[in-house]
Design a binder for this molecule. Structure first.
Ligand code: PFF
Length: 448
């Protein structure tokens, strides 16, 4: 096995892990889910899901990664040789790669919008943002070029390795992301209907809490915290022995939640102030149509667009590198490849798979499965089915299959820390998380 590297500093390790968690899931999926599920009611349940389930599952993933000191498959092989638990890791790698294929295409769109904002093309020839989005998403060459540029950017960072690539980039981009968010919050709070928007988002109406809201909030928490995909296992395998796993999980989850809440504080005042309809939040429309329309009503629209699409691209980039790292670590550790070879083997096939995903969105495409585009199929199957199965498998392993000392030794850093969280985390991982995740899965099949 290749020599295992570590993150170089505590801040770098947090920045990289937060960078993985904070992505398109926070910036556009969260506000859309919150809107579809009654605003503040959703936020309340979401916060509860993160504390009750998200943090304990994250601690367990960290324990698995640092205890097993390998890639998503290798951790199971190292900790429980001769048992088939490694299949859970294999599933996580496949699922994360499926996600990477379409996520990279979306990352390409964010780049296109950033470039169009900088050049001013976004606001030239009228403001039919819907037509512009169709062109950007459903075109046959433009989206491909942008996807390839994003693949290239990922390649450059990932070739740099864990410390000089991932950590260095995250140390720079994460503070930038928070600065941009603060700028947007100040602007959103000065909009005319800011208080109506905040009321909708922050004052819960308990009668709106239904089973659907709970299931959607749970699904959102897993997506947003990057759980069940081998991502956190892989990153934690780079954590030094001195890292306090519980504290790290709490910090990462709180920062991830903070970004989602900040986005709510930005989006809902904007929606209320400009009288936008519910459809304006659906899918890609929120970021590519609704927000440019909002910017167009503000002084200096081009500046706002540049700042926002920079924010979106940063969030997408730090997430794609973490998703790709799962496969790279697998090639490095399992197949004993060098960093360079492993990175090329993981990234280059994306040139084909992401191309297919992108082309499946063109109007006359035949790249469909059961009437859905390849892009949609990968998105739906990976996030709604494979992600919960991966998370369920990981919880079953950590709760029932792993050596009994693993969680204790990892949470207490081999007994040097006293930790009261051991017992509640154990109970949640054994009993509560598997039941709730199974519930998400069943509900997905019913929806299907
Ligand atoms: N957590 C990131 C996001 O919210 O966008 C990246 C991500 C990881 C997305 C895992 C989806 C996923 F299944």
């Amino acid at each position: 096995m290749s020599e295992k590297v570590n993150f170089g500093s505590k801040i770098g390790l947090i920045a990289a892990t937060v960078g993985s968690a904070v992505g398109l899931g926070n910036i556009w999926r969260f506000p859309a889910e919150a809107q579809a599920n009654g605003g503040a009611a959703f936020l309340l349940v979401y916060v509860a899901c993160v504390f009750l389930l998200g943090i304990p599952v994250m601690v367990s993933e960290f324990a698995l990664g640092r205890g097993g000191r390998s890639d998503a498959v290798g951790v199971y092989r190292n900790l429980s040789p001769r048992r088939p638990w490694w299949l859970i890791g294999a599933l996580a790698i496949i699922a994360s790669y499926c996600i990477l294929c379409f996520y990279m295409v979306v990352a390409g769109w964010t780049l296109e919008y950033l470039v169009q904002s900088v050049t001013g093309a976004l606001f030239s020839d009228g403001s039919d943002f819907r037509a512009k989005m169709v062109e950007c998403v459903q075109g046959s060459t433009g989206p491909l070029v942008n996807t390839y540029l994003m693949i290239g950017l990922n390649l450059v960072v990932l070739l740099g390795g864990v410390r000089k690539g991932i950590e260095r980039l995250s140390n720079f981009l994460m503070p930038l992301l928070f600065i941009l968010l603060v700028i947007f919050i100040v602007a959103a709070l000065s909009l005319p209907a800011a208080s109506d928007g905040l009321r909708y988002f922050l004052y819960p109406d308990f009668s709106k809490v239904t089973p659907k809201v709970v299931i959607d909030a749970l699904g959102q928490a897993f997506f947003s915290l990057s759980l069940g995909m081998g991502i956190l296992v892989t990153y934690a395998s780079y954590y030094p022995a001195s890292t306090r796993l519980t504290r790290t999980a709490v910090t990462v989850s709180l920062l991830d939640m903070l970004v989602a809440v900040m986005m709510g504080i930005i989006i809902f005042p904007a929606i209320m102030s400009f009288g936008l309809s519910d459809e304006s939040l659906e899918g890609a429309t929120l970021v590519f149509v609704t927000l440019p329309e909002v910017f167009n009503h503000m002084p200096a629209p081009q500046l706002w667009a540049i700042l926002f699409f920079l924010l979106l691209m940063v969030a997408a980039l730090t997430s794609t590198i973490s998703i790709a790292e799962v496969t790279i670590a697998f090639f490095q550790d399992r197949c004993r490849m060098s960093r360079v070879k492993a990175t090329l083997f993981a990234i280059l096939p994306l040139l084909i798979f992401s191309t297919l995903c992108s082309l499946s969105l063109t109007p006359d495409s035949t790249l469909t499965i059961g009437g859905r585009t390849l892009f949609d199929t990968l998105d739906t199957v990976a996030t709604n089915v494979l992600l919960p199965i991966g998370a369920l498998g990981m919880c079953l392993y950590m709760g029932w299959g792993a050596p009994s000392s693993l969680l204790r030794n990892q949470i207490t850093n081999d007994g040097s820390l006293h930790s009261w969280v051991l017992r509640p985390v154990g109970v949640i991982i054994r009993w509560i998380a598997p039941v709730l995740i199974a519930l998400i899965l069943v509900s997905q099949f019913v929806k299907f």
